[in-house]
Design a protein around this ligand. Structure first.
Ligand code: FMN
Length: 401
């Protein structure tokens, strides 16, 4: 029998391990290729991630805006992504959503790509934040990828083409999914005058919206979050509600309103906001926006960049916020859950915590459209495995336990 030396043995072992690695890598590639919707994004992501994040965003949005004008391109997006997303109806704010997963505000700020996002499978698209007048937002760079943390930091500061441009875009758009419009105030408007901006934006976009989201929780507009304090909020909500009811008379249609809040609220602030959204008959709370917190666990070199942190690190905070709101609101005002949703487990946790509808932003950047199908199918499987006929019944029963 031929004898081999210690170094030959080590080389043999190394070569075997390399072959096992190649074998598993090949299996992974085959697995991805067999799932074309994942495969397509796995091709696009490295190219997009090689660009500055805002440049990648602008490039993607211009492609999606183009696709939105082309029935052929939308049908291809539908074929690869949207068609695979099952129906799993939910009602939130009186609106019937095809399934519980929508796109959060901030990606389509100017209402350019609703048909494309809808063709990818989202049941609702929240466009904006739009401000009454155009404004450039904060200086660049203002968007950062924290890849190691599956997170983003942004300090965009409501870069907005203004309500005129937004309206001219949305009026040309086919409303193929539920259209939310998220409104904010201009940076130059004093915080004491913020209500003028919200009311004027609401009056202008009312006829185009299926629901309106009032954003008082972006950390990137000076003092904006102060609007969450009782001293401002009571009066602001009253003025917005009054404007909504006037618009209802003018347009002969009730458009629900939701208040978008921060994940950094203390419990007494959550109590105050809950009382006010109930007394002013708001239709929903959107919980949550990005956080100003910086968990010690963050690894990325961009962790200390100022702005709002989103994605995986905000997940727990957002879910806890939903849980607290749900305890106080008890279904009188519904909850849209958003913050760090990555997979079906995260989505399910937010639904059980009290969310009636869900939104995604950061993980959509990391995973692409195939995640919509995975999450909706996963929720459907959970509903079935618990023995319920539909999601609403499942949540009503399971939340009580
Ligand atoms: C780059 C970026 C821009 C955003 N812009 C807005 C915005 O204009 N209005 C808004 O209400 N939320 C905005 N958000 C917050 C998201 O809508 C969402 O609430 C937050 O990112 C948490 O969800 P996620 O962890 O799934 O990203 C933005 C988020 C990101 C990452």
């Amino acid at each position: 029998m031929a004898l081999i030396s210690g170094s030959q043995e080590a080389a043999l072992l190394n070569s075997m391990l390399r072959q096992i690695d190649i074998f598993y890598a090949t299996l992974e590639i085959i697995r991805i290729m067999l799932n074309p919707s994942k495969f397509l994004y796995s091709l696009a992501r490295p190219a997009l991630f090689s660009l500055d994040p805002e440049r990648a965003h602008d490039l993607t949005m211009s492609k999606l805006a183009r696709a939105s004008k082309s029935p052929f391109l939308c049908s291809q997006l539908e074929r690869f992504f949207g068609r695979k997303v099952p129906d799993l109806p939910v009602t939130c704010m009186g609106l019937d959503f095809r399934h519980p997963v929508g796109l959060a505000a901030g990606l389509d700020k100017e209402a350019r790509a609703l048909p494309a996002f809808s063709a990818m499978g989202f049941s609702g698209v929240e466009m904006g934040t739009v401000t009454p007048k155009p404004q450039p937002g904060n200086p660049k760079p203002r968007m950062f990828r924290l890849v190691e943390d599956e997170a983003l930091i942004n300090r965009m500061g409501f870069n907005s083409g203004g309500v005129d441009e937004f309206l001219s875009n949305i009026q040309k758009t086919d409303k193929t999914a539920i259209a939310g419009i998220n409104i904010g105030k201009n940076a130059v408007t004093a915080i004491e005058d913020a209500h003028f901006d919200y009311v004027s934006a609401m009056q202008r976009i009312y006829s185009q919206a299926d629901y309106i989201a009032v954003n008082i929780s972006s950390p990137n507009t000076k003092s904006l979050r102060d609007l969450q304090n009782e001293s401002f909020l009571d009066d602001l909500l009253l003025k917005i509600k009054t404007a909504q009811l006037k618009c209802q008379k003018v347009h002969g249609r009730y458009v629900p309103i939701a208040l978008k809040v921060a994940p950094d609220l203390e419990i007494d602030e959550i109590e105050t906001i809950s009382e006010l959204v109930i007394s002013h008959q708001f239709d929903a709370v959107i919980a949550t926006n990005t956080t100003v917190a910086r968990p010690e666990s963050l690894k990325s070199q961009y962790a200390a960049e100022p702005g709002g942190l989103s994605g995986a690190p905000v997940k727990e905070q957002a879910t806890e916020c939903i849980r607290q709101f749900y305890k106080l609101l008890q279904g009188r005002v519904q909850i849209v859950g958003v913050g760090g949703i990555k997979d079906v487990e995260d989505a399910w946790e937010k639904l059980l915590a009290g969310a009636d509808y869900l939104q995604i932003y950061s993980q959509f950047i990391y995973q692409g459209p195939a995640m919509i199908e995975q999450i909706v199918k996963g929720i459907e499987a959970k509903v079935e495995s618990h023995g319920y006929a539909d999601l609403t019944t499942a949540l009503n029963e399971l939340r009580g336990k």
